[in-house]
Design a protein around this ligand. Structure first.
Ligand SMILES: [Zn+2]
Length: 314
């Protein structure tokens, strides 16, 4: 029996973005308060070592290895009391922990590389990059929520890092995921791209902004597009999402249907914003634009949105 809602192609667009390849079995329903302690007593446990927005990667021949055994990790003085449990794979439990030594003190065979470079340069496989998104976001949330937001008392980690408990007032606090809408406004012929002053030279991308409390995804897309470009949107359609550990966001990619053409860019946010016809965007994707204009690189959800529009005419 088929159900019309699920008649779409089976390949989810979200599968094709960076940070989306996590294969860890989270076993979220089984997270006891002592699950990290149990993992630390299990000789099969492997962990990722993070710190200051970087991951410690072992140089192994010509490739990078992000995984450490417990004994192997001791040289890096991991802060195991604040480790988080990512879950399990066929070989056992998987943790993430902050390294206790600085990048300057690492052995020559280990490099501390910032998350963005690891992602942009494809230094680790898709599954490990997905695990990095989980571990980086969870460690960052715990590190920035050490005190109870109700009473100010120091809170304690629970459930493998997925909850913080306040022993003073009894409140429980849970990890945040901050939703960001990223949207490609497009007709059949052209799409709207803009560039912020901090973008790489020649780079144009889809517009984006945080979804606010009490707002639907669709209304956030309409509001941001109006604020940044002066374009009113009609229909808004969800396309794909991307975990984004800077520090703990979820990018929600949508297409929007424009109702007017006259762009009024918010020059406080964008230094340029204009319509691009399909052939020009195809050149930008292929890095063949005569003026050197480019789209974000493969792996970025903006790239996924732009490529879907160019290739499929969505
Ligand atoms: Zn409290």
């Amino acid at each position: 029996m088929t159900f019309a809602l699920f008649d779409a192609p089976s390949a989810e667009p979200s599968q094709f973005v960076g940070f989306a390849g996590n294969r860890i079995d989270r076993q979220s329903e089984n997270r006891a308060d002592d699950c990290v302690e149990k993992a630390l007593a299990d000789p099969r446990t492997r962990l990722m070592l993070l710190g200051d927005g970087r991951i410690c990667l072992k140089l192994d021949g010509g490739t990078f290895d992000p995984w450490y055994g417990l004994a192997e990790s001791e040289a890096f003085k991991p802060r195991l009391g604040e480790a988080v449990l990512l879950g399990f794979d066929a070989s056992g439990p998987i943790l993430a922990a902050s390294a206790g030594i600085g990048a300057d003190d690492l052995p020559a065979t280990v490099k501390a590389i910032d998350y963005r470079s690891v992602y942009m340069q494809g230094l680790i496989d898709a599954a490990a990059l997905g695990a990095l998104a989980q571990g980086a976001a969870l460690l960052a949330w715990n590190a920035s929520h050490r005190f109870c937001s109700k009473c100010g008392h120091a809170s304690e980690t629970r459930a493998g890092g997925y909850r913080r408990h306040c022993p003073s007032c009894g409140a429980d606090h849970f990890p945040r995921t901050d939703p960001v809408a990223i949207m490609l406004t497009a007709t059949r012929e052209k799409c709207l791209l803009g560039r912020s002053p901090h973008f790489a030279p020649g780079s144009y991308s889809a517009l984006a902004g945080f979804i606010e409390p009490g707002e639907t995804i669709e209304n956030a897309v309409r509001r941001e597009t109006m604020e940044e470009a002066g374009i009113r949107l009609g229909r808004v359609v969800y396309h794909a999402s991307q975990p984004w550990p800077f520090p703990y966001s979820l990018m929600i990619g949508c297409f929007g249907e424009p109702l007017n053409e006259d762009i009024q860019p918010d020059l406080g946010e964008l230094e340029d914003c204009r319509w691009f016809f399909r052939d020009e965007v195809r050149q930008m994707l292929a890095r063949e634009h005569p003026s050197g204009l480019v789209t974000p690189a493969k792996g970025a959800i903006a790239h996924t949105l732009i490529r879907a529009w160019v290739e499929n005419g969505i």
